[in-house]
Write a protein that binds this ligand. Structure first.
Ligand code: HEM
Length: 495
């Protein structure tokens, strides 16, 4: 009898808890944008295809409009869908929407550096880094020089494949890694160097894991699941290992620092740190320098490298596009001289292909999560300070009015009827506003030059017929991850 009473009491207690949780949710979401009704504990995870959340967002936008709320677990997030609303948030209301939401697996970077920084040091860190990046991008040791110098190493290793099938992941990773490595550390790593391979492996694995369904849930539910087994633990380990590597390089730089003769971006940050210390300013300390450098090394490597790799896969699928690229490269540059950024105005087709690759692959489909910096009324809804907001980039770059057949890879999306390059304000691969990608200029330059260098010297050969190539991402989350594939590079001079 006593056992029955206790069970009944427990049941009542449990029902009461569910009631309170549902009531709290209804009450707190009263003025939030509309969305599917969340279940207790799990929220809307059954309304979302966790393997392709951007696709689910597109469906929900049809039902609830361009601003809607979804719950992952008990956390609510607001999704912005479509050009008008994304532009309004990122550009017209840029201060209000400029915060960065917590991403639990990046705890080791949180509130330091740039990407995951939502503290008062973000603005100065970002501004100072951008100034130094600009200085290092120009003049004698310009980024163009860096990229062209690195292309020689890239060509050397590509030639060594001897027209045999190979997986391009690590080779195409090494080139962007070395460009940003040189800006940060005034050095480069040989492609066979264990440190190079280790970093590339960590970044590649992280980009994949970050895009898997479990990490979408984990990053929203919170770090109290941290000690459970799962791939989030690999991510924590990898992120900490990559940070440790950077920390050692930063300390080496500190020991050799000449305040009057900085050699690279790390030196510039360390000099600024000394100035801040002297002026008792709460700006750069050693942790902030380390995380800034770690942010740039990761963001500067994996994004560009994945885009190059995905881009070559698309050219294998669409050999007619590759053929037109060869034609333009041969006509404008020829086979002897190196390409230059000055060639871009005369190469509208190549320019259009690079834009179309970035649009089509949609590397960061939902964007990185932003957070409201203050309470605000937005399109008739109340968004409290601290609300996580996704200004989704897919919804802009797959707009069917701007890009007819948006799901089709077609460089014509960026060409006018005279074959000239056509600008589109819907091209937002790098986002926009206060958090816009810090490396946009560098990435665009690398993609243009590396792509040309590869195609100037090689014809691409697929191991299967183009119709059999599936270019769909293997997983979509934080990023769109391309399928693993092999190709052959046939030297053009021998054709
Ligand atoms: C194809 C290449 C790239 C793509 C598609 C890309 C895309 C993006 C996107 C979508 C964001 C989020 C913006 C937002 O929160 O609204 C971002 C942020 C960022 N990117 Fe990139 N990126 C690329 C290359 C690079 C490179 C080469 C670097 C480094 C030199 C870099 C450094 C950063 C940093 C530091 C941020 C954080 C900005 C902030 O939070 O203030 N990215 N990028």
């Amino acid at each position: 009898m006593a056992a029955l009473g206790a069970s009944l009491a427990l049941l009542v207690w449990f029902v009461f808890l569910i009631f309170v949780s549902v009531w709290k949710r209804i009450y707190s979401s009263w003025k939030l944008p509309p969305g599917p009704f969340p279940l207790p504990i799990v929220g809307n995870i059954f309304d979302l295809d966790l393997k392709n959340i951007p696709k689910s967002y597109a469906k929900l936008a049809k039902e609830y409009g361009p601003v809607f709320t979804v719950y992952i677990g008990s956390k609510h997030i607001v999704v912005l869908h479509g050009y008008e609303v994304v532009k309004e948030a990122l550009l017209d209301l840029k201060n209000e929407f400029a915060g960065r939401a917590d991403i639990p697996v990046f705890e080791a970077h949180q509130d330091f550096g740039i990407i995951f920084n939502n503290s008062e040091t973000w603005k100065d860190t970002r501004r100072f880094t951008l100034t130094v990046l600009r200085d290092y991008g120009m003049g004698k040791k310009s980024n163009e020089e860096r990229i062209l110098r690195e292309s020689q190493f890239l060509l050397e290793i590509l030639r060594k494949t001897n027209s045999q099938p190979f997986d391009p992941t690590f080779v195409l990773g090494g080139a962007p890694l070395n460009v940003i490595y040189n800006i940060l550390f005034h050095d480069r790593l040989d492609y066979s160097d264990k440190r190079c391979q280790k970093l590339l492996h960590l970044y590649n694995e992280n980009f994949y894991l970050l895009s898997t369904p479990w990490i979408q849930i984990y990053n929203n539910i919170g770090s109290y699941l941290r000690y459970l087994p799962g791939s989030h633990r690999t991510l924590y380990k990898n992120i900490s290992e990559a940070k440790q590597y950077v920390s050692e390089r930063v300390k080496e730089h500190q020991e050799l620092l000449d305040l009057n003769d900085p050699q690279d971006l790390t030196d510039c940050l360390l000099i600024q740190m000394e100035k801040d210390k002297k002026n008792q300013k709460n700006g750069f300390d050693l942790e902030n320098v380390t995380v800034t450098v770690a942010d740039l090394l990761f963001a500067g490597t994996e994004t560009t490298s994945t885009t190059l790799r995905y881009g070559l896969l698309l050219l294998l699928k669409y050999p007619e596009v590759e053929e037109k690229l060869h034609e333009e490269i041969d006509r404008v540059i020829g086979s002897e001289r190196m390409p230059s950024m000055k060639d871009k105005v005369n190469m509208p087709y190549t320019d259009a292909v690079v834009h179309e690759i970035l649009r089509f692959i949609n590397l960061v489909p939902s964007n990185l999560p932003h957070v409201m910096n203050q309470d605000m009324q937005f399109r008739g809804y109340f968004l409290p300070k601290g609300t996580t907001v996704y200004p989704t980039l897919t919804s802009v770059m797959l707009d069917s009015k701007e890009f007819p057949n948006p799901e089709q890879f077609d460089p014509g999306h960026f060409l006018n009827e005279n074959g000239k390059f056509k600008y589109s304000d819907y091209f937002k691969a790098f986002s926009a506003g206060k958090r816009v990608c810090v490396g946009e200029g560098l990435a665009r330059m690398e993609l243009f030059l590396f792509m040309i260098i590869i195609l100037q010297h090689f014809n691409l050969k697929s191991l299967v017929s183009p119709e059999k190539i599936d270019t769909s991402p293997i997983t979509i989350g934080f990023g769109s991850v391309p399928p693993i594939y092999k190709l052959c590079l046939l030297p053009r001079s021998e054709m």
